[in-house]
Design a protein around this ligand. Sequence first.
Ligand code: ZN
Length: 257
Amino acid sequence: MPLSASTCAGWTALSNIYTPDGKFVKDVTLKSCPNLLIFDHTIVRAAPPKTLASGMADAVAKWYESSLTSSTSQDGFVQQTVQMARVLRDQLFLNGYKAYIDPLSNSWETVAEGCALTAGIIGGLGGARCRTAAAHPIHNGLTQLEYTNKPLHGELVGFGLLIQLHLEEKNSKNQLPKQAKSQLIDFFSQLNLPISIESICLKNATSDELYKACKFACNDDSDIHQLPFPIKAKDIFEAIQNLQSFPTSSKIKTNKT
Ligand SMILES: [Zn+2]
């Protein structure tokens, strides 16, 4: 029974293993999804809005990661799963802000169920054939650092996604990653999600420590090597520096109309 819609962990056949202080260790693939999941709106609605925002960043990443790594897949299930991730992204764009400010709205139901349930189904159907790209490995690396206020999973995944799009932009002539990055920065800002290294509450991380986190993201067995171009720690490090030019505070709106 999930207590928030902050991830799809409640309904996916994958467990992330962390140290007691929140550093990512490894993924463990499970034999199946849970047999039963009780998604009680009353309980999930009572969770802080930041958990829903985090769930949205995590869920929206499914499209940008899976479409990048699985675009050439001939597997029908994978193709269907990637398209499901795209529809989920569009629903989050349409309903996300409304859901964030009004937990009693229809948008909230669409978004909360999308983040906690649909995202889990996508992971369940696509499995290892529908892999993550850079957003999650960068999250894994960033969890190795010390924080004054530990960010939620989706908050770091969302930041990792901006880095991924920056890397894609740099490594191709395609303009779409640049447009997607700009669209996501607006979306994340509305939801008060981090969009720069300064806004993820790092505890005095030195450049060396940050570089080590980038190296962790590039471990030999990391999914980051599913990217369609070679990637090294210094590429991620430079991308993080480049994202520093974005505003560090959110542009969150407070009126509910
Ligand atoms: Zn995730």
